[in-house]
Design a binder for this molecule. Structure first.
Ligand code: CP
Length: 320
């Protein structure tokens, strides 16, 4: 077994004590987190315990929107590093007696939180909390705006399973308009030197003045041409106005935009498919493709999700 070397943090890194958007990170901090995730990945898939660098610290996971991967991988990441983790049972909390989101967060911070991981759809909530609370604030998903730790884990997955992002072509396919993952991925992948494309119907594209560095394509044949990675996105029915009509249209959508073994033939030979999850099988991706480990990195994304969240918790809450 090779000795794992922990990378050194860049000078004055993470002094803002928050990770709300990709813009919060300098290039040096991004590369450090990717290196640190590689180091921690060695502790996710072996029985040797990780260094207990967060013993005595308190991490609070406050998820006002549903989550499986983000919430539970942050819990596992914190526990692996020795921190006390509390998952707030939002459905049974005093929010239902009229307490505001901010007062809920203030109350939890007063219990001695060192880091709070927050998922919420309310615009500006994470910014507000980072101004009024002393603990580190990590964005676990903000409406359709940002999901920075998903972008970091996606970048870690590509780096470790395919190679550095520089000069890779990554096609982000489907419901880009409602996707915080697409937004954070596009920003981070571009920063790392990749060419990013959005592929999908015009109705699911963000407005034309957003993402000026990203090329847009209206078909998989053109959008996947010579791509190294196809990133499928969940059709976010819950963020759409006329859900019934759109669910009906989703049947045709798969025929035109569904990622399958057949449509992946448009991409570079050996190209990989990714998806942040949860998936709508038979809507944006075929189950057979998602489950084919020779092409699909979807389970790897979940694996590196634990490692990248260990890295983020180390970077933000290991400080005195
Ligand atoms: N990818 C992602 O954010 O998944 P969850 O909603 O399950 O956390």
């Amino acid at each position: 077994m090779t000795e794992l070397q922990k990378p050194l943090a860049p000078k004055n890194a993470f002094s803002a004590n928050r990770l709300i958007g990709v813009d919060d990170l300098s290039d040096a901090e991004i590369y450090y987190l990717l290196d640190l995730a590689e180091y921690y990945a060695g502790f996710v898939d072996r029985s040797e315990p990780a260094p207990q660098i967060l013993t005595g610290k308190t991490q609070i996971n406050l998820f006002f929107e549903d989550s499986t991967r983000t919430n539970l991988s942050f819990e596992l990441a914190g526990k692996k590093l020795g921190t006390d983790v509390i998952n707030v049972p939002v459905a049974a909390s005093s929010l239902h007696k009229g307490e505001s989101l901010v007062d809920t967060a203030r109350t939890l911070a007063a219990m001695g939180a060192d880091v709070m991981v927050v998922r919420a759809k309310e615009e500006g909530l994470h910014e507000q909390l980072s101004k009024i609370l002393d603990c580190a604030i990590v964005n676990g998903g903000a409406g359709a705006l940002e999901h920075p730790t998903q972008a970091l884990l996606d970048a870690a997955t590509i780096t470790m399973e395919v190679g550095p992002l520089k000069d890779k072509t990554i096609a982000i396919c489907g419901d880009v308009k409602h996707s915080r993952v697409a937004s954070s991925d596009a920003q981070l992948f571009t920063r790392l030197g990749a060419t990013v494309r959005f592929v999908g119907p015009a109705a699911l594209m963000p407005s034309s003045n957003e993402f000026p560095d990203v090329e847009r394509f209206k078909s998989l044949a053109t959008g996947l041409d010579n791509a190294d990675i196809a990133m499928g996105l969940r059709m976010q029915f819950e963020r759409m106005a006329d859900t019934d009509k759109i669910r009906e249209a989703a049947k045709d959508y798969f025929n035109e935009f569904g990622l399958t073994h057949e449509t992946m033939k448009h991409a570079k030979s050996g190209a990989k498919v990714m998806h942040p999850g949860p998936m709508n099988r038979g809507v944006e991706i075929c189950g057979n493709l998602a489950d084919d480990r020779s092409v699909s990195l979807i389970e790897k994304q979940v694996f590196y999700g634990v490692a990248i969240r260990m890295a983020v918790l180390d970077a933000l809450s290991a400080k005195e």
